[in-house]
Design a protein around this ligand. Structure first.
Ligand code: ADP
Ligand code: MG
Ligand code: MG
Length: 487
C-alpha cells in the first residue's frame, strides 16, 4: 500500500547528510521555540532546561484533495457542535446514562444542570476545536479518503508547535534543498498554516465581545506542564498583536483565589476581571483530584467570563456524542442541508453503542468475535485511554451492562503506511509510519441562540507515529509533530 500512495519516500540521503539535517533541525527547534520541557525526575528537570519537541525530519506526504476536504468540513463541524451544545434534550439523552457509571462526566453534568437552572449569565460561547482524521484507502480504491477519529472541544493543543514544525521543514528545504533528493519536496507543496495565531485571534475577538478592555484571559493549566511553550506562544501573540494579558492558574488556585462579583457575576482573580477562561486542563479526572477543583469548575461556569469551552461544549465533545450522531437520522436533524449532511457523514467511521439496546448487543457480539477490527473508547480525553483489538474481549467480559454503556465501539481505521524519519530526544528513528491530520476550528456563538459571530478554519496539525503504535498523542509520547507535504 505504501508503494502505491507514497512512492520513493523519504528520499535516500547519505548518513552524513542525515546527521547534518538532524543537527540543523535540533538547532532550529531550540532557536525558534519548537521545544518542550524535559520529563520530570530527570537531571535536567528544573525550569531552565528545555529540549527540542519530537518532530519528523521530513514533511509527510498527504493527498492534496483530501487535505482540502478536511478544511472544507471544519466550519460545518464547528456549527454542528455549537447546535448540539445548545440542545439540552440532546445532552440529557446522550449523557444521562453515562453519568450513572462515570463520575467525571457525572460531575460535569451536575455543573451543567445547576448553572442552567440558576440562569446562564454569559450566552456567548468560544470554541477552539480540533477535528482529527486518519486516511483510509477502501479496498480496490485508487484514492484515499479521510475518516474522523474524533472532534475535540477542549484543550486542543499543538497549534503553536504545529506551525513551527511546518516552518522547520520549510527551513530544512530552503537551507539544504533536502540535498535535491526528491521531486516531491517542493516548497509550494507545503501548505501555509495560520495555527500559530488563529487561537489567539479567536480569544481576542471573544475578549472584545466581553467588552471590558482591561480584563484578562485566564488560561487554566496544570502545575508541571511539559508542553508549556505551545501555550506560551498563544500568550505572546495575545499580548503582542492584541494587547491582552494572560494569567495562568491551576484549578486549585482558582478555587482559592477566585471569586464572583455578586452583582455582575464577573470572575475576579488577583484583582483582575477575567473576560475569557481558556482551558488547557480540566479534561480528565486526574486534573480534578479533590472537591476544590470541582468547586473551581462550578465557579467558572457560573461566572460571566466567556468559557472555552463551556461545560455543554465539553460534554458534546464526548465520544458518545460522536457515536450518537452517526446513528441514522441524528446528524441530519442538525444539518438540514442534505449536501452538507452527506459530506459530514462521509467522514464518519463505523461507530456503535455498547449499551443494552439491540444495536449495543449486536456490537458487543461483533467486538467479541472480530476484535481485530475495532477500538473501544471510554469518555476520556488526552490520549492513552482506548482499548484496542485483542484487548477488547477481556475488557468487555469484565464490565456490567451499565458500565459497558459508558464506552463506544469504533471501526479500527487502517491508514496507508509511509516511511519517514522521526527525531526524538536527539535520536533519529526510521520506519513505517501513519499520520493523523487535525484541523483547528474557531467558533464564536452570539447572544441569540442561532447567532454565529465567527466560524473559521484555524490551520492544521499533522502528527505521525510508528505503524505499530495504536495511540496518537504527542504529549503522551506516542507521536511526533509533522507537517503535510501535499501530493
Ligand atoms: P483522545 O481524545 O484520547 O485523543 P482519540 O479518539 O483521539 O482519543 O484516540 C487516541 C488515538 O488513538 C488517536 O490519535 C488515533 O491515533 C488512535 N485511534 C483512535 N480511534 C481510532 C480508530 N477508529 N482507528 C484507528 N486508530 C484510532
Ligand atoms: Mg480527544
Ligand atoms: Mg485524539
Amino acid at each position: 500500500m505504501s508503494e502505491t500512495f507514497f512512492p520513493k519516500y523519504p528520499p535516500n540521503i547519505s548518513n552524513e547528510n542525515l546527521e547534518s539535517l538532524k543537527n540543523l533541525a535540533i538547532d532550529w527547534s531550540l532557536s525558534h521555540g519548537l521545544i518542550i520541557r524535559p520529563p520530570p525526575n530527570t537531571n535536567n528537570s528544573n525550569n531552565s532546561f528545555v529540549m527540542h519537541a519530537p518532530v519528523s525530519l521530513f514533511p509527510s506526504p498527504f493527498p492534496r484533495k483530501t487535505y482540502y476536504e478536511a478544511i472544507e468540513l471544519q466550519p460545518k463541524f464547528n456549527l454542528l457542535f455549537h447546535k448540539l451544545s445548545q440542545d439540552s434534550e440532546f445532552i440529557k439523552h446522550v449523557v444521562e446514562e453515562i453519568t450513572k457509571v462515570d463520575d467525571f462526566v457525572g460531575n460535569l453534568y451536575k455543573i451543567y444542570l445547576k448553572v442552567k437552572e440558576e440562569g446562564i449569565v454569559q450566552p456567548i460561547s468560544l470554541g477552539l476545536h480540533r477535528s482529527d482524521y486518519l486516511l483510509q484507502v477502501p479496498p480496490d480504491a485508487t484514492e484515499a479518503n479521510i475518516l474522523q477519529v474524533e472532534f475535540n472541544t477542549i484543550s486542543s493543543s499543538f497549534s503553536s508547535l504545529s506551525y513551527l514544525a511546518g516552518e522547520l521543514h520549510r527551513y530544512l528545504l530552503k537551507s539544504t534543498g533536502y540535498y535535491n533528493s526528491s521531486e516531491l519536496l517542493k516548497s509550494d507543496s507545503l501548505p501555509l498554516n495560520d495555527s500559530m495565531t488563529s487561537l489567539s485571534k479567536g480569544m481576542a475577538k471573544a475578549h472584545e465581545l466581553y467588552g471590558s478592555p482591561n480584563a484578562v484571559v485566564m488560561m487554566v493549566v496544570i502545575d508541571e506542564e511539559r508542553n508549556i511553550f505551545d501555550q506560551k506562544w498563544i500568550e505572546y501573540d495575545l499580548l503582542n498583536n492584541h494587547n491582552i494579558h494572560i494569567i495562568r492558574k491551576t484549578l486549585k488556585e482558582i478555587n482559592e483565589q477566585g471569586k464572583l462579583d455578586p452583582n455582575t457575576k464577573a470572575l475576579i482573580i488577583d484583582d483582575k476581571e477575567v473576560a475569557v477562561t481558556y482551558f488547557r486542563s480540566g479534561y480528565s479526572p486526574e486534573q480534578h483530584p479533590t472537591e476544590k477543583e470541582w468547586d473551581a469548575r462550578l465557579l467558572i461556569e457560573r461566572s460571566k467570563s466567556i468559557k472555552c469551552p463551556s461545560v455543554p461544549y465539553q460534554l458534546v465533545g464526548a465520544k458518545k456524542v460522536q457515536q450518537v450522531l452517526a446513528m441514522p437520522g441524528v446528524l441530519e436533524k442538525y444539518v438540514t442541508d442534505p449536501t452538507d449532511a452527506k459530506q459530514l457523514r462521509a467522514s464518519f467511521a463505523g461507530l456503535y453503542p455498547l449499551d443494552s439496546s439491540p444495536e449495543g448487543e449486536a456490537a458487543v457480539k461483533l467486538a467479541m468475535e472480530n476484535p481485530e477490527n475495532y477500538v473501544m473508547k471510554p469518555q476520556r480525553e488526552g490520549g492513552g485511554n482506548n482499548i484496542y483489538t485483542n484487548d477488547i474481549p477481556p475488557t468487555l467480559s469484565k464490565l456490567s451492562v451499565s458500565e459497558r454503556s459508558s464506552y463506544i465501539l469504533m471501526d479500527l481505521i487502517q491508514p496507508p503506511l509511509m516511511k519517514n524519519i522521526i527525531l526524538r530526544q536527539g535520536e533519529l528513528i526510521e520506519g513505517e509510519m501513519v499520520s493523523e491530520l487535525g484541523i483547528y476550528g474557531i467558533f464564536i456563538g452570539g447572544e441569540g441562540k442561532n447567532e454565529v459571530i465567527v466560524n473559521e478554519v484555524g490551520g492544521h496539525l499533522l502528527r505521525t507515529k510508528g505503524r505499530e503504535t495504536h495511540e496518537g498523542g504527542v504529549a503522551t509520547g506516542y507521536a511526533v509533530i509533522d507537517s503535510p507535504l501535499l501530493i
